[in-house]
Every structure is written in C-alpha cells, then in structure tokens.
Design a binder for this molecule. Structure first.
Ligand code: NDP
Length: 307
C-alpha cells in the first residue's frame, strides 16, 4: 500500500477525542498516530476536520464531515491529493435532531423550557399547539441527510416532499420536485428543511424571495451550511412575522456572534452545529476509513471520493 502511515489530525477533537479513533483503527496494517500541525509531514494520509496547506504534500485526506466546502478542490487536484468525505453516516442523527425541532415547535416544548428557567407556570394559548400528522415538510436536498429526515418525519405522520436537481423519485419521499420548481415545493409546506451541500449553486439559495414564497405559518430549518441562507433576509422575515420560526444548526459565521438577533427571537431554536453529534461518531467515521484502507490494499476505487 502506498499509504504506510495515517495521521489523525488533532482538529477532530471538536467532534470526538482523536485517541478514540486511533484505538478503534489500531488493528489496521498501517501506522496510525494522532498528529498536530507540526507533525503532518510525517504521514502519508490524514483524517481531519479542518484543512491545512500542509495537507497538499499528502496522498489522501479523509474529512470527518460530509460537507467539504472548506477544502480547495482545484489545489488538491493539481497536487494529486485524493479527498474523501464522510457522507452516508448522518441520516439517523440529523433526522432525529430535525424531528426534535419540529416536535418542539408543534408541542411548544421550547416555551416550556424557557418558562421553566423563570419558574413560570404558563400554558400555551389554546390555538398554539398542534400535532404533526397532516403537515407537510419539504426537504431540500435528498441525499443522506434528506433521506434520514424523510424517514424520521415519515414515521411521525408528516407528509414529506423533496427537492433535488434531477427530480427523480427517492424512497421515503411522497413527492419529488426538480430544483427549478423549488418555490412551488416550499410554498406548499408547513416546514422547509435544508439539507443540500454548500456549492456555488446553493450559495444563498434561501434569500428574501424564497422566504417570501414560504407560508407565513411555516417553520424554516437549516442543518446544511450557513451560507446556503442569506441570514439577514431570514432575520428580516422572522422579525416581520412572514415566517413562524426557524431552527438553525449552522450559520454564516460560526460561532454565532453574540450580538446576532437570532439568539433572542422567540420562535428561533439555535444549536451550535452539532445536529449530527453522537457518541458513536468516531466508529462511524472509522468504518469509512477502514473500508478505504482495505480498498487501498486491493487497488479498488476509494469509497466517498470527492477529489
Ligand atoms: P449527499 O451528497 O448525500 O446529498 C446531497 C443532496 O443534495 C443530493 O441528494 C443532491 O441531489 C442534492 N443537491 C445538490 N445540489 C443541489 C441543488 N442545487 N438543489 C437541490 N438539491 C441539490 O450529502 P449529505 O446528505 O451527506 O450532506 C449534505 C450536506 O449537509 C453536507 O454537504 C453538509 O454541508 C451538511 N451536513 C451538515 C451536518 C450538520 O452537522 N449540521 C452534518 C452532515 C452534513 P441531486 O444530486 O439529485 O441534486
């Protein structure tokens, strides 16, 4: 195998302790070590959260995230560095997180938590709480995240529509729209959930016009990437009550700046980019890495190759 040593970059520590992955992969027939920025040159390949220019000297980079928008594709290609990502593992985690957001809004659980902080015994207005069956969720992006969301919400009785480029049917979705019918899809939904990768094509896909197309009583959920949304336009729509609320896991600037109005809006749930967190994360990533080390041995094409 051309890869004799695999470094686990210390940046993965944001998601799990690097040593847990090193131990999980210890039986592989290559050297595995946790590496800091100074030690990158000692490896042939790296498993990482963040990008470093020093990676351009390596043969292979594995991203522990599905989103690889932070990596410079052209430079990697010019330097013949292979990039693989971790798509395929976030269906259940993100699906359950999104189901949680919807249940919080429908059953008013976020109000109860806020009231409890103030020792306040206060019930919702008679017409605030509702149940999910009979509502429609439009999931924009029908890959791993989208399918996980569809499966979880489908089990709760939600009718789930999807938007993707091709418009071809996807199991678990009641209806699929091609992305040139995005507005038609979102104007018919009580919940709009964004699960697309950040690309030139999806940058600010949700802008003032898109929020305008949505129903006034609709909730917006972003578990994709912050820049898919024009955040000031979203804040305007929320403040003007032309949307009912939003659950946001990702933001144009992370951490979300302390002075962002999103922290304080009543019908907004903020989570710190952790929709996919699970104590099993290092195992899920480790299984992809193991599969690719096996394929290196047999000369097969990489699984989840991006560049
Ligand atoms: P996939 O590659 O499995 O799915 C992406 C989907 O988006 C595909 O179904 C694709 O369908 C669709 N798509 C791509 N471009 C467009 C477009 N312009 N309009 C409509 N649909 C489009 O990726 P994942 O589901 O694994 O991850 C998606 C993104 O979610 C990641 O790139 C990452 O940014 C984010 N993410 C966030 C997490 C979090 O913690 N909040 C965790 C994991 C991922 P088609 O090809 O038919 O267009």
């Amino acid at each position: 195998s051309p890869v004799a040593s695999l470094g686990i970059h210390e940046s993965v520590d944001d998601v799990f302790p690097p040593g847990e992955l090193a131990t999980y992969l210890a039986d592989l027939p290559i050297e595995i070590e946790v590496v800091s920025d100074d030690e990158i040159a000692s490896c042939d390949a790296v498993v990482t959260l963040e990008y470093r220019d020093a990676f351009l000297e390596l043969d292979w980079i594995h991203s522990i995230q599905a989103g690889v928008d932070r990596f410079p594709f052209d430079e990697l290609e010019a330097n013949e560095v292979i990039l693989t990502n971790s798509t395929g593992i976030h269906d259940r985690t993100v699906g359950e997180t999104v189901a949680g957001y919807l249940l919080m809004f429908a059953r008013r659980l976020h109000d109860h938590v806020a009231n409890q902080q103030e020792r306040r015994w206060e019930r919702p207005e008679w017409d605030e709480a509702f149940t999910l069956p009979g509502t429609t969720a439009c999931v924009v992006g029908t890959g791993t995240l989208g399918r996980g969301v569809a499966e979880t919400l489908g089990a709760l009785g939600v009718r789930v529509t999807g938007v993707r480029r091709s418009g071809d049917p996807v199991p678990g979705f009641d209806e699929i729209y091609a992305n040139d019918r995005l507005f038609e899809a979102i104007e018919a939904a009580e919940f709009v959930i964004v699960t697309v990768p950040l690309t030139d094509e999806t940058h600010h896909l949700f802008d003032a016009e898109a929020f305008d197309a949505m129903r006034d009583d609709a909730y917006f959920v972003n578990v994709a990437r912050g820049p898919v949304v024009d955040e000031p336009a979203l804040i305007d729509a929320l403040e003007a009550s032309s949307l009912a609320g939003a659950a946001l896991d990702v933001f144009e600037e992370e951490p979300l700046p302390e002075d962002s109005p999103l922290w304080e809006l009543d019908e907004v749930i903020v989570s710190p980019h952790c929709a996919a967190y699970t104590r099993d994360y290092f195992r899920d990533v480790g299984d992809i890495v193991r599969e690719n080390v096996d394929r290196l041995e047999t000369g097969e094409e990489f699984h989840n190759r991006v560049v």
